[in-house]
Design a protein around this ligand. Structure first.
Ligand code: GDP
Length: 520
């Protein structure tokens, strides 16, 4: 196969969802399709003692490498599937967001009994900001949930995206009978068996037990409505992230997952060309290139090694090849490389655009770094900064250690482990994070790598908004609306809560506050 053939069959995506919506169960079912695991087993293997396929966190902890997202890859129907994990719960961090810079599409799993939840919304906003195609799976149809039309409406209004139901459910909970598969013009019957049963639309009249059922009739009416009043399927819009194809099912049953997955991989985009300092780089370019979107420092003191995660953007990766680090112009040999699968990491010999490889980091790489072969040491666009939500004041416990303190702070910030701010007037350092876990890692690494004990004082959850320099008037600010500077000396306000933000906006109407997250 040529480089072009190889890259064309890559499907690299992440599943975004709120904790408990069913991401793990869904991933597990996908791995089953890829024959990566023998039986689905129980979802939370931790509890049953069985292996929980998607609980990468735990696996990584056991291996000694800990914290943040990983990758699973497997072949399916001629495609090469790469699924990137987006950790939630207490593991939510900037890495979770950054993972979204390394994917070509996203699967949004929504709990049909709950609708859109906080974490889904946050991750969705990043996808929308980057124009990533989003495919939606409404899960838990085997339980009594929200009306499907309601859910469509909620997705459209809350997320500001068009919906196109690819499948439409008949009933839910105990009355769940299956889904109309509009794409393949067939009814997928819910039988309780793992194998999906398909009835072509043209043969439905031979199934009066189904078509005479009031629930079926009701759903058919809804479908007619969706057909007439809803938006038509528009792949261009999907590719821009302006329309999301929606599927219904149950990851647990499992039901509708296969129907979803087959349509998804068909429409999900192959690796796209990317912007760089040398213009657009196409994924079938002969020269290898990629960028680092995550660096995993080992928390186990016995294994100080670090792994840098590279998203390949063009060319062919071969183990042992020499690459240039564009930022410094230095050349490195990529001898120790790993690919990530469900059960363990294994050595990877080659890779193509869309693939994710882990390379040994002798402490030289930074998040956002570009690796290339060939004459041009170009760099891919910088990774975006994501808005932190938690803020803490940080000081060194021992003032004598201020030199190491500053060095550690500087390096960890540069690495993207944490974001640094300074009080507008005082010498106070304030660090911002997306999740609590980042502080734990920060604290640990300051102690172990820089030999500095730090003191963290929480100033709580805050809403950061940037403010034009010329509009700063110090009398506007106090502890509730704290004025700080970011690393580029740009002023921003850390608002105590929604209320103080609104109060401020009302009082100073002509001040233009900027949200990093602003979607539109
Ligand atoms: P995650 O936190 O998003 O990874 O969610 P899990 O996959 O761990 O699922 C959370 C809980 O919901 C588990 O108890 C699952 O068994 C359950 N669950 C997942 N999918 C379904 C489904 O389709 N139907 C029902 N009834 N429960 C489900």
């Amino acid at each position: 196969m040529t480089i072009k053939d190889e890259m064309k069959r890559r499907r690299t995506f992440a599943i975004i969802s709120h904790p408990d919506a069913g991401k793990t169960t869904m991933t597990e079912k996908m791995l089953l399709f890829g024959n990566m695991i023998r039986s689905a087993g129980t979802v939370k293997g931790k509890k049953s003692g069985k292996f929980a396929t998607s609980d990468w966190m735990e696996i990584e902890k056991q291996r000694g490498i800990s914290v943040t997202s990983s990758v699973m890859n497997f072949p399916y129907k001629g495609y090469q599937i790469n699924i990137l994990d987006t950790p939630g719960h207490e593991d939510f961090s900037e890495d979770t967001y950054r993972t979204l810079t390394a994917v070509d599409s996203v699967v949004m799993v929504i709990d049909g009994t709950k609708g859109i939840e906080a974490q889904t919304l946050k991750l969705f906003k990043v996808c929308k900001m980057r124009g990533i195609p989003i495919f939606t799976f409404i899960n838990k149809m085997d339980r009594e949930g929200r009306e499907s039309l309601d859910l469509m409406e909620e997705i459209e209004s809350t997320l500001n995206i068009e919906t196109y139901p690819m499948t439409w459910p008949v009933g839910m909970g105990k009355r769940f009978m299956g889904v109309f598969d509009r794409e393949n013009e067939q009814f997928v019957q819910y039988t309780g068996n793992e194998e999906e049963t398909y009835i072509p639309f043209s043969e439905l009249d031979q199934h009066p037990e189904l078509t005479n059922h009031p629930t079926y009739q009701e759903s058919l009416d809804e479908l007619m409505l969706v057909d007439e009043a809803g938006d038509g399927f528009d792949l261009d819009k999907v590719m821009k992230g302006d329309q999301t194809p929606v599927f219904f099912g149950s990851a647990l049953a499992p039901f509708g997952v296969e129907t979803f997955f087959n349509t998804f991989i068909n429409y999900a985009p192959e690796p796209a060309p990317r912007h760089s300092t040398e213009g657009v780089v196409t994924p079938d370019n002969e020269e290898f290139s990629g960028f680092i979107f995550k660096i995993q420092a080992n928390m186990n003191p016995q294994h100080r090694d670090r792994v840098a995660f590279v998203r390949i953007c063009s060319g062919k990766f071969e183990r042992g090849m020499n690459v240039n680090l564009s930022r410094t112009g230095k050349t490195f040999k990529l001898a120790q490389s790993q690919q990530f699968v469900a059960s363990s990491s294994s050595t990877v010999e080659e890779g193509y655009a869309g693939d994710i490889i882990g390379i040994y980091d002798p402490n030289v790489y930074r998040i956002g770094d570009t690796l290339v072969t060939g004459k041009n040491n170009f760099e891919y666009d910088e990774l975006p900064q994501f808005p932190p939500e938690l803020f803490k004041k940080v000081t060194a416990k021992n003032v004598m250690k201020s030199k190491q303190f500053k060095k550690g702070l500087e390096q960890l910030v540069q690495e993207g482990a944490i974001q640094l701010f300074k009080h507008y007037h005082f010498e106070d350092y304030i660090i911002g994070a997306v999740g609590e876990l980042q502080y734990e890692v920060f604290d640990y690494r300051m102690k172990n790598e820089y030999n500095v004990d730090i003191e963290l004082t929480s100033i709580g959850e805050r809403i950061p908004r940037w403010i034009p320099e010329e509009q700063v008037d110090q009398s506007m600010f106090d502890d509730r609306n704290m004025l700080v500077l970011d690393r580029e000396q740009k002023p921003l306000v850390l608002f105590k809560n929604d209320f103080s933000l609104r109060w401020f906006q009302d009082k100073y109407k002509d001040i233009e506050l900027i949200d990093l997250f602003e979607v539109n």
